[in-house]
Write a protein of this length. Sequence first.
Length: 191
Amino acid sequence: MPPTLYTLGYEKRSILEFTDLLLQAGIGVLVDVRESAWSHKPGFSKKALDAALRTVGIEYVHASFAGNPRALRQTAPDHAACLDAYRSYVHQNASILERLEELVASYQAMGARVCLTCYERHADDCHRGILAECWGTRGARRVEHLAVEGCLRLVPAQMRAGILERRTRASPRPTYTTPPGTPSSLHPQGD
């Protein structure tokens, strides 16, 4: 089985639901790819998230180097443009993927399942999806996005179509799954 990188967004989730989803997927290390690990949402700022994860046996790593720079987020006219700008930024800064690959490989070598996290529930609406996609194209690898249902998309379909047209055809499309045994009673929590 090829190495797999997981992703999970915390949009409209409680910290309990979030940690439960990680546990159900067997995640051992959560890599936070936000530039600044801060959130209005209770439980998702760096210290609180680290503490919550430690209580369930998951290691927390903040990889700020992989974050979407504030300057890109502030100057983009819309969310789709912001994602396009980040994709270009990653391609112009090879060290981002090199550092991410090193980090992920070091934990996978110890047998840990690694998951990237950021805010947006849908990986295609988030820069973590770009990171995961780029990681996945470098060798025989899989990307699996966990539990994306239950939330409206941020990037409208017509804008996503433009983004998808600009992606190289060699890039494999990630799969979206909900971990086996996820109870249907888990409904997204409000922000």
